[in-house]
Design a protein around this ligand. Structure first.
Ligand code: NAP
Ligand code: FER
Length: 339
């Protein structure tokens, strides 16, 4: 084990789009675990869009990071030392830890994962927070049913790719918006979506959606907001459900764009528009993980991961989310796992 530990801190609060000035790499000795703590060697780090919110001082559902603070996020790692915890050296765990090569945490905050049940990285994607978000957002909030037309934005991403497949399994017609032809091929050819729309090369989203969803939209899983959402709202059917999961097109905005928004359609259609946080469903996380695991194992759900290598690449991996560089879950591989 090396003595040195690289970690990323918040160098400054970004105005608008974050960039390399937002982050600072620090290097110091590997920490020792205190009583009741474990030392974890990071194998995979998850970068997620919500982290943009934590870089701002504005109030949100997640507390802002302080300038100078070590960034943190969901990690899969290996316990390499522990001091009176229920974990053993060699255990693979997931936890909220530092963007670092090594981190200490109370043993009670580490959740063991079975490396023989599924690739360990899936605990951060299809079998982790994004998969659970897709599971509850699609089934409980968008309340998708057989015969519905289901539309999802950010469709080739970690949440969207799973949401669309769950809707398909339910028997819905599934249409996804994504930002490249490669992503549209992924949706249609690998994930079994009925249609994909490349919003980067489509001028008139409304007409494209009328073609892809000729019977209108019954359930809409929104990951991005903005003009695509305006177009989807124009196609909502009576009693449609809109699950507002994310609004990534607005996360770097310095001021909120004004309309015209399409809320008049909500009057006409009596649609239900509901925001949600995956944590609202915390008591049912076990159910989601079990079900998603079955679907992945029997091939009903496939998943993709985009992986950058090394702790140094973490900021670029995060920034790439805003440029659509990922297909499926964006991860940073920080250490090798040897069985
Ligand atoms: P992701 O979809 O894997 O990655 C983000 C994707 O957003 C990019 O790949 C990019 O794909 C797309 N994007 C970026 N800027 C865009 C823009 N201006 N317009 C349209 N699309 C844009 O990320 P994720 O982790 O699955 O998260 C997806 C959304 O769900 C995010 O909004 C996130 O905040 C939200 N979320 C919410 C919860 C919750 O509890 N409510 C939990 C998890 C995630 P393209 O190439 O298609 O542009
Ligand atoms: C959570 C609730 C929401 C969480 C993440 C989110 C890490 C993400 C929200 C978003 O991306 O908008 O408990 O845990």
């Amino acid at each position: 084990m090396t003595d040195s530990n690289k970690r990323w801190t918040l160098a400054e609060r970004p105005q608008g789009r974050p960039d390399s000035d937002t982050f600072e790499l620090q290097e110091d000795p590997v920490p020792d675990p205190g009583p009741g703590e474990a030392l974890v060697r990071t194998l995979y780090l998850s970068v997620d869009p919500y982290m943009r919110g934590r870089m701002s001082a504005a109030e949100s559902y997640a507390d802002p990071w302080d300038v100078g603070e070590t960034l943190h996020g969901a990690v899969v790692g290996e316990v390499v030392a522990e001091h009176g915890t229920t974990h053993e050296t060699g255990d693979v765990v997931t936890a909220e830890l530092d963007w670092a090569e090594y981190a200490t945490a109370p043993g009670s905050e580490l959740h063991g994962i079975d490396p023989d049940a599924a690739p360990i990285s899936t605990a951060l994607g299809v079998l982790g927070m994004p998969g659970r978000t897709a599971y509850f957002g699609t089934r409980e909030v968008a309340d998708v049913d057989a015969g519905d037309t289901f539309v999802v934005t950010g469709a080739a991403g970690a949440v969207g790719s799973v949401a669309g497949q769950i809707a398909s399994l339910t028997g819905a017609r599934v249409v996804g918006f994504a930002g490249s032809d490669e992503k549209v091929r992924f949706l249609e050819e690998e994930l079994g979506f009925d249609a994909g729309i490349n919003y980067e090369t489509t001028e008139d989203y409304h007409t494209a959606l009328q073609e892809a969803a000729p019977e209108g939209v019954d359930a809409y899983f929104d990951n991005v907001g903005g003009p695509i959402t305006d177009a989807v709202f124009r196609s909502l059917n009576v009693d449609a459900r809109v699950a507002v999961c994310g609004q990534i097109s607005q996360y770097n905005a310095e001021s909120m764009p004004t309309g015209p928004r399409k809320l008049a359609t909500v009057i006409q259609t009596r649609a239900t528009v509901q925001g949600f946080l995956v944590s609202d469903f915390a008591p049912r996380f076990g159910e989601a993980t079990t079900r998603l695991g079955q679907w992945v194992r029997n091939g009903d759900i496939t998943y993709r991961e985009t992986v950058t290598e090394g702790i140094e690449s973490a900021p670029d991996a995060f920034l790439g989310l805003f440029d659509g560089e990922n297909i499926g879950k964006q991860l940073v591989k920080i250490g090798e796992y040897e069985d």
